[in-house]
Design a protein around this ligand. Structure first.
Ligand code: ADP
Length: 379
């Protein structure tokens, strides 16, 4: 194997921690850069460096000792990564891909120009410009940069909503009549070989716009699943990614697939691959980083993934009590991120339920959600 290879991750969150967990199987020592000394990766990496992945100097000093660098979040300094790539350090995904994806307008415009269907959108520089586009309402307003988990997204139903709109560069996007939200993860290696996971279906909490749970396989026809896979591959090739790419899509009420958003890194919608698939998304990324062949993506078991959020302080009960009840059930896999408890709504962990059918997994997931609500206080 490639034990001597020095691998680095920009970002020390739970996605990085799950990558480290899989790196152990490959005998790799992974270095991590994150600002927060208490981030999940800090406890698993002996080469954890406190520093800002957005800082040019921090990324250069972290990366110059490495052979290969990847990311677990998009907010990283691409200028520094470009310098490191010039110096011969492998950067997967490339700085160009990261930069393209960092800005929602650039990302979607690029895809549109490549003939990939995205919702109709325009660029908005500030709140006052919205007044000139009231004919587009109702519409969806999204911050171009640093939005995640629905935090940079708001719906504008009528012109009075503009008063509370974001006052920064945004995209204003047609309100799509969404039948289903799905995601396909594509893995693409340095030689251009590509393999995809089965589409997953995301079910969102309509009030908070965060993921409620995620099913695999998605409840869509085989024809649509193939179409989604082909669209994801076309997207990965269009941006020329080396690494893994989550392609989030809308299946519209007219049965059209539109690409909503890309993530060039391990993604929530691939959490289930740890237990459900022959090769997890994390192992897949490591294989790409160290130049090993892509692994089989076969779905061995159907799954449902549920996020575990920090409850509101006045509702919070012991997670241990909830887990004692939940972990009595078979084929239930807990991933606790070890984050310090913070704001209500913070993602603290996730649970993957594997079953022979997705219906059976949903039945168990419903019971587990009720336990999380009653014993832990999760909304
Ligand atoms: P984030 O980057 O914060 O995850 P998304 O673009 O994925 O933002 O939007 C969050 C959620 O908002 C989506 O999952 C979807 O439910 C809803 N949404 C986003 N764009 C649209 C749209 N154009 N029309 C209707 N709903 C949308």
């Amino acid at each position: 194997m490639r034990e001597g290879l020095k691998v680095g991750i920009l970002g020390g969150g739970q996605l990085g921690a799950m990558l480290i967990r899989h790196a152990i199987d490959y005998g790799l020592n992974v270095s991590v850069l994150d600002q927060d000394p208490a981030s999940p990766c800090a406890r698993y990496s002996s080469s954890f460096k406190v520093g800002d992945p957005m800082s040019y100097d921090d990324v250069i000093s972290f990366g110059s000792k490495l052979d290969v660098i990847t990311i677990e979040k998009e907010a990283v300094n691409t200028q520094a990564l470009r310098e490191l790539a010039k110096a011969g350090i492998k950067v997967y995904p490339s700085p160009d891909v990261i930069e393209l994806i960092q800005d929602k307008y650039t990302q979607k415009k690029y895809l549109e120009d490549k003939g990939i269907a995205v919702p109709h959108l325009i660029q908005i520089n500030n709140k006052s410009e919205l007044e000139h586009h009231t004919e587009m309402l109702p519409a969806c307003l999204k911050k171009c940069k640093n939005g995640y988990d629905g935090k940079g997204v708001m719906m504008l139903y009528n012109p009075t909503d503009i008063n509370n709109a974001f006052d920064e560069p945004c995209i204003l996007e047609e309100l799509v009549d969404i039948k289903h939200e799905i995601s396909v993860i594509v893995c693409r290696d340095a030689a251009g070989a590509v393999i995809c996971y089965d589409p997953v279906m995301m079910v969102f909490n309509s009030q908070h716009m965060v993921l409620d749970y995620q099913l695999c396989p998605a409840n869509i026809s085989e024809k649509k699943a193939t179409e989604a896979i082909n669209l994801a591959i076309k997207t990965a090739e269009a941006i020329n990614i080396v690494g893994i790419l989550a392609v989030e899509m809308f299946l519209t009420s007219d049965d059209l697939l539109l690409v909503n958003e890309l993530a060039p890194r391990p993604h929530n919608s691939g959490h289930h691959t740890i237990e459900s698939c022959t090769t997890s998304q994390y192992e897949q990324l490591l294989r790409i980083l160290v130049g090993m062949p892509l692994g089989d993506t076969k779905l061995k078991k159907s799954s449902v993934m549920i996020n575990v959020f920090e409850p509101a302080a006045n509702k919070k009960n012991s997670i241990e009590d909830a887990m004692k009840a939940i972990l009595k059930t078979s084929d239930v896999h807990l991933h606790w991120y070890g984050k310090s408890s913070g704001k209500a709504g913070r993602k603290m962990g996730h649970i993957t339920i594997t079953e022979d059918t997705v219906e059976n997994a949903i039945t168990k997931a419903t019971i587990i959600r009720n336990i999380l609500k009653d014993s832990y206080g999760q909304e």
